[in-house]
Design a protein around this ligand. Sequence first.
Ligand code: GDP
Ligand code: MG
Length: 610
Amino acid sequence: MDNLISLVNKIQRACTALGDHGEASALPTLWDSLPAIAVVGGQSSGKSSVLESVVGKDFLPRGSGIVTRRPLVLQLHKIEEGGREYAEFLHLPRKRFTDFAAVRKEIQDETDRETGRTKQISSVPIHLSIYSPNVVNLTLIDLPGLTKVAVEGQPDSIVQDIENMVRSYIEKPNCIILAITPANQDLATSDAIKISREVDPTGERTFGVLTKIDLMDKGTDAVDMLEGRAYRLKYPWVGVVNRSQADINKNVDMIAARRREREYFSSTPEYKHLAHRMGSEHLAKMLSKQLEAVIKSKIPGIQSLISKTIAELEAELSRLGKPIAADEGGKLYSIMEICRSFDQIFKEHLDGVRPGGDKIYNVFDNQLPAALKRLQFDKQLSMENIRKRITEADGYQPHLIAPEQGYRHLIESSLTTVRGPAEASVDAVHSLLKDLVHKAISETLDLKQYPGLRVEVGNAAIDSLEKMREESKKAALQLVDMECGYLTVDFFRKIPQDVDKGGNPTHSIFDRYNDSYLRRIGTNVLSYVNMVCASLQHSIPKSIVYCQVREAKRGLLDHFFTELGKIEPKRLSSLLNEDPAIMERRSALAKRLELYRSAQAEIDAVAWSK
Ligand code: GDP
Ligand code: MG
């Protein structure tokens, strides 16, 4: 069974790996769906003996008369190499048997406990598990022998009861039937053949075993049987010579018994030509081959399960992002890369690849003009106000030709109010840019992974925006101040006739403050201020784009990068401290992936081997 054991070892390693995954319940069912091997046959036909030699261990009660009176479900469990062999009964949990003679005794005692010391049988199975490095995971079932008549102490129904019980085990499609027929009995009377033909008419899962060949009458032989002429099965018949009752009494061990069996077939003239396919060892090999075939048929299913899971694990790992580089240079590089991708996303928002940048244009196109409109210069230029400003500007000496000083004051005081909308536009764009930074941060996957870096990059970007806002405010206000500081001379030169009409120098000085004169001044100032406003409405956006939008696009993280060069290694690492939950998840996934990959390698090796 060496091949089978190594095959099973490989699959089992794969199973262990898969068992690590909660969802992969497909593998325990691999074992569930493996065939069980049941022995059927008449009383004392040698069932228990055959089972023992297949397992290669003495542990079953054997003898004449009805010995096996309860089904024995024997589960073989493969344990790690070097592990100590032991047996355990389901009815005696936690008691480990290392002495197999004691196991045999317990089977007898437990049989008696259920049936009493009578010849009765019971269909209640005894469950025995054997843990050994030298077995494969397999279930073997020893069944009570079929009888023809009830003997004393047995109820009349016993014949039918046993048959029903046996049938209930062997009718399952994944049960391999070892049909035991003693050679010293007429084949026509073989109970084993009768019942196995019933449940497996094509003989696909029936192995015919001929026992007690050594006990045949002198002058008769089993050649016709063994060559399949008497009764044909899919698999060739196997003849065995088990230990006789005398051998058992003398405690002849398994190894000696097998040697004798080999010698028997190779030295008996009738069987010499069949010797290569006779004996318990050959039977064990045949069974093991059959099991291999069954196991291998499950491999494609396992393979696809493994590769599906590997793909899932890889996908989740890549969603979680790469692990951090260990050295300082690598860390710096990672940070730069992450920042670059953040910067890229931020720019995409401004450039319209991603949404949000259009809101900035909305400030220039709607908010600023509306705010300028709301300034209502005409109120500022009420008759009263004009009169006040002009007389105040004149001081003790009323103006002679034109109220130069008054004009300036009126224009200046009107234009100063444009500072408000100019500042508001700067602030509005600033807050939009801030929104875009937050958006870009949350859209940069790698930043999710590193909360420390996320905060720092966010802060650095907002700080930069803040500085840009200050610069932009200065520039926008400067535009307004420039308009206050130097008036467009041409505008006033174009209205000399108005000056003549409104400020006719021939008028008496006291007429100079009359309503129509002042109204004219108001109209002139208003149209000048409106002209300037129209031009500011265009130049303020230019200034804002220049100082904030363009600058943010160009180097939002410039300052951060310069600082990064000076940063201490310790703080550098802390920037790349990952969310512990993510770190844990990644390392768990990576570990699982490794297990699965090795399982895949194991199973592939099995799949490609013959
Ligand atoms: P079971 O009732 O079918 O389980 O049969 P056992 O395995 O208990 O064997 C019944 C008796 O037949 C025991 O005394 C065995 O020693 C003996 N026996 C079984 N097989 C052979 C065999 O091939 N040759 C000889 N000489 N005795 C055997
Ligand atoms: Mg038996």
